[in-house]
Design a binder for this molecule. Structure first.
Ligand code: FAD
Ligand code: UDP
Length: 427
């Protein structure tokens, strides 16, 4: 059957039990669950001309499958999440490898025992590795902040090297901030790994959807009770109703087609945009992507090369390593990070986590708390740094919560909802 696309002008809002804003993993998983397990009719409003959010991929002019919003590699330890996604696509068991281009020498990232041998030489590295093992244990992951906090001069030497050659310049390019200035959870994503394991992730389930993410999303949204309106911005069709005229007045209803919509509204866009940035814009980082196609089978030694000490882009990714596509041509993509200043032409990719920004976000979030049927979900709406698997997990959890509240459904917890049997005298 395929995804059912509608023009917003042609819809009758009374036909729907739920409205979802955004068709990334957050919006699409909830839409599918409410339709499938709750028998709900769901309308998805998506401002882009396609489904799939930041996971969207397509073939470029050379026929190479490329990701349009940054390279996306799926990895998780959550079996429920992986089993869920397996229903909508076959998977290629891809393990991601990243090398840092260190003045022309490729060293494994996360920085590990192999990287240490390359930069310190075998003899010195053996001694330093023993020191690391004695201090933290073998096969352990240590954040750069933990390592820098050590007093021992030899550990300080390792910390200093990794800080200067892996984190400092990359972080400055990516965030416009030093590693000390970014939230510690950000650099903790890429710890020093006291191991010979050169993989970027150690999760139990890792891979790529066999035919790409867009096909996965087409299967996820291929349901007779889901309609999708593309090129439609929530702000242009939502009419917000507040308790009063004051700046901090609480949201009491969202009107669609002139009347308050009473079913669940799942919102996965930026919260500041919904409120027309009344408290000022939330800070984000944006990205520019530059693609290049080469007449050669492979151009890079692995999926991604990080430019940690030179160049003005952060990393370069060669999609064929990720997708295992066969071709005598190849396409690579460089990522240039920049400030997010213009919502009309830029995309907010990364929330910039800090106490101040989190408080700024909390002020927006507070406006929504009085509206029972409004659910902010996802990387943008929650102003968080979530990977795809976490989003799918949260979307499944939220679906469980909404389904438990829906009047006509009893969820027996095994993923298949069953219709509630109504007593004859019940309303
Ligand atoms: P999104 O995918 O951003 O979807 C939100 C959707 O809502 C979009 O389609 C948007 O157009 C739509 N929308 C927003 N506002 C409105 C509005 N007002 N009206 C209508 N529609 C609206 N995670 C991993 O697990 N592995 C990776 O390798 C990985 N790589 C990444 C690389 C980059 C460069 C970035 C930025 C992120 C990466 N991620 C990765 C994280 C991943 O992109 C997110 O976890 C995921 O996109 C979150 O899904 P979402 O549905 O919350 O948001
Ligand atoms: N980072 C770095 N050098 C690297 C890799 C990562 O400094 O070679 C830092 C940088 O601050 C980055 C953060 O670690 O933003 C998280 O890296 P990750 O690869 O997880 O970023 P993402 O894939 O989410 O952009």
């Amino acid at each position: 059957m395929g995804v059912h696309y509608m023009n917003y002008r042609d819809i009758d809002i009374n036909d729907y039990d739920s409205v979802v804003v955004g068709s990334g993993f957050a919006g699409s998983v909830v839409a599918r669950e409410l339709a499938e397990r709750g028998d709900a009719r769901v309308l998805i409003i998506e401002k882009r001309p396609h489904i799939g959010g930041n996971m969207y991929d397509e073939k470029d002019e050379a026929g190479i499958l490329v990701h349009r919003y940054g390279p996306h590699i799926f990895h998780t330890n959550n079996q429920r999440v992986f089993n869920y996604l397996r229903q909508f696509s076959g998977w290629i068991g891809y393990q991601h490898h990243v090398l840092a281009d260190w003045y022309g020498t490729y060293i494994p990232v996360p920085f590990n025992k192999n990287s240490m041998e390359m930069v310190f030489g075998e003899e010195k590295a053996a001694h330093l590795i023993d020191k690391l093992i004695d201090t933290f244990g073998d096969e352990r992951k240590v954040t750069i902040n933990e390592l820098r906090a050590q007093d021992d001069p030899e550990l300080a030497e390792i910390a200093d090297f990794v800080y200067k050659n892996v984190f400092l310049y990359y972080t400055q390019k990516q965030w416009g901030l030093t590693p000390e200035e970014v939230d510690p959870s950000v650099t903790a994503r890429v710890p020093v790994f006291i191991s010979r394991d050169n993989r970027y992730f150690q999760d139990e389930y890792q891979g790529m959807p066999q035919d790409g993410y867009t096909v996965l999303f087409e299967n996820l949204l291929d349901h007779p009770s889901i309609d999708v309106c593309l090129n439609t911005e929530a702000e242009s069709v939502f009419d917000l109703e507040f308790t009063d005229e004051s700046e901090d007045a609480q949201l009491v209803a969202i009107r669609l087609h002139e009347k308050p919509f009473e079913g669940p509204i799942i919102y996965t866009g930026p919260l500041d945009e919904l409120f027309l940035a009344r408290f000022g814009r939330l800070p984000y980082r944006s990205l520019n992507f530059v693609y290049e196609t080469y007449d050669e089978e492979y151009h890079l030694p692995c999926g991604t090369v990080n430019h940690t000490v030179t160049d003005d882009y952060t990393r370069e990714t060669e999609f064929k390593h990720l997708t295992c596509q066969k071709s005598d041509k190849t396409t690579c993509m460089k990522e240039y990070s920049c400030a997010y200043t213009d919502p009309d032409t830029q995309i907010p990719y990364y929330a910039i986590l800090s106490e101040e920004n989190n408080a700024h976000y909390a002020r927006y979030r507070k406006l929504t708390e009085s509206l029972d049927n409004f659910y902010p979900l996802g990387r943008l709406a929650e102003y968080r740094y979530y990977n795809m698997d976490k989003i799918v997990e949260l979307a499944l959890d939220l679906s469980d919560e909404i389904l438990a509240r829906m009047p006509d459904v009893i969820d027996d917890g095994d993923g298949d909802a069953i219709e509630a049997v109504r007593e004859p005298n019940e309303a």
